[in-house]
Design a protein around this ligand. Structure first.
Ligand code: FE2
Ligand code: FE2
Length: 326
């Protein structure tokens, strides 16, 4: 194995993303790079370098420096604990600009969601929720970091990145709607937004990223993820009345066209309606295996002109305002 800097990755290299990034269902751990998009996706993970297998690569990589040791992860490495400590340090550091803090919060959150989706154990979800509480606190008190978060556009089609994006947009939108009203538990709400798609860890990854249309049977499987998510959280004792409606109802639509229950308007919990707006926006602005991403303005226009019957209009109005510079 050779360690190759992400900037030097080329088509034809056989990469091994290692156990820190691999997951049996979410992300392929080893593959031959066949196009630029795969390189862009690896770059989006925030890594400095990745392991490349010279024997399985189609290009000569004998010239690459392999002195980097950061890929050697000790067996007792506790990713979530280290991530949490790193996040705390960054948030408290007065020498770091809001823009850099926003990027660090985002990167740390992605690492956290990776760990949770890889192993959604009770312990990992607990660590994750503690971390989410820290960053929700930060988003609530620090407006400049919050503003920067809306500008971070590092997207890909992996579930953990999507979870973090929806988590961030959800918290920002809830903050705009509730304006600090004490009857909403923002930390639990944040956890709900981050964990809304947790059930996808039980749906095969090739289905989640399948280009083109799903068959009826595949679609049926996909539609189970809210139910799977509810079950995982219930089994790990992390389900409560703030998180449950978000996980279960985030695919319900204002006009009754959603799933799993076809609930309408006021019968959909308001927390789930917030999540829906964040979820659809992120789906439109992310590159998926089967489509190109839209810009923020294009996505908001599509949501308003083609999908407005899916959303609560007042909440959508608040969401649009998040993107208008003051
Ligand atoms: Fe979902
Ligand atoms: Fe989602």
């Amino acid at each position: 194995m050779k360690s190759v800097k992400v900037d030097d990755l080329q088509i034809g290299m056989y990469v091994n993303l290692g156990k820190g990034l691999s997951s049996n269902t979410i992300l392929e751990a080893q593959f031959l790079i066949q196009n630029e998009r795969q390189i862009a996706n690896i770059m989006d993970q925030g890594l400095e370098s990745v392991a490349v297998d010279p024997a399985r690569s189609n290009v000569d990589i004998s010239d690459y420096d392999d002195s980097t040791t950061e890929l050697d992860v000790p067996d007792d490495f506790d990713p979530l604990e280290n991530i949490a400590a790193g996040l705390q340090e960054t948030i408290q550091d007065e020498n770091i600009t809001p823009r850099e803090k926003a990027k660090a919060v985002y990167d740390h959150s992605i690492q956290m969601m990776k760990a949770i989706l890889q192993k959604p154990s009770s312990e990992n979800i607990l660590h994750g929720k503690e971390m989410i509480a820290t960053l929700v606190d930060h988003i609530l008190v620090d407006d400049s970091t919050a503003e920067c978060l809306t500008q971070i556009t590092s997207h890909d089609f992996y579930t953990y990145t999507h979870s973090v994006n929806v988590g961030m947009y959800g918290v920002l939108l809830a903050k705009a709607i509730y304006k600090g009203a004490p009857d909403h538990n923002m930390k639990e709400l944040g956890a709900g937004f981050f964990l809304h798609d947790l059930g996808k860890c039980e749906v095969p990854a090739d289905l989640i990223n399948k280009p083109g249309k799903l068959t009826a049977a595949e679609w049926e499987m996909m539609r189970m993820h809210p139910t799977y998510g509810e079950r995982i959280l219930a089994n790990s004792n992390h389900l409560n009345e703030t998180i449950r409606p978000i996980v279960v109802q985030h695919h319900e639509r204002e006009d009754g066209s959603g799933y799993p229950s076809g609930r309408k308007g006021p019968h959909i919990h308001e927390y789930a309606r917030i999540c829906t707006i964040a979820d659809v926006y992120d789906a439109l602005t992310s590159t998926r295996s089967y489509k190109k991403k839209l810009s923020a303005i294009e996505a908001l226009r599509v949501m308003k002109e083609e999908m407005i019957s899916h959303f609560n209009q007042e909440m959508f109005g608040h969401f649009v305002k998040l993107f208008i510079k003051h």
